[in-house]
Design a protein around this ligand. Sequence first.
Ligand code: HEC
Length: 119
Amino acid sequence: MRKLSVFSVLVAGPVVALTFLAAPGFSAELPTGASMADGKALFLENKCDKCHSVTSKGVEAAKPDKAVDLSTVSGDADFLAKFLKKEATKAVDGKDVKHKKKWGGSDEDLSAIIGWLKG
Ligand code: HEC
């Protein structure tokens, strides 16, 4: 019995203490804004990273020469939503262009992506 109680103090004690110490550290690593996490997931899910990198947020493009890096996106959120739905054009190199790919998902998902890009 004596051996068992030494075991509990030396091993079980620190394990219990570590569990308590680790708990707040773990929750601190969870994303604070749910929409920011969703925006990134949706960006990848919708294969925006096929053409675009977002280096400021650690996203690499599959084909980096295809399109601009989206680390600093100009234009307000409403305009960008319209642009991605091909309802608005943007001046690129002096020409009004529509986006290469028309957004086919929901408005909620699109604004989550835009919010994440601009956040
Ligand atoms: C087939 C390649 C391709 C894919 C896929 C793509 N884009 Fe683009 N995107 C472009 C190109 C090229 C431009 C530059 C304007 C143009 O020619 O359409 C652009 C421009 C943009 C711009 C404006 C950037 C600026 O600063 O002017 C935004 C924002 C954007 N894309 C977001 C997205 C999002 C979000 C997705 C995923 C839903 C996506 N793109 C998917 C090619 C792509």
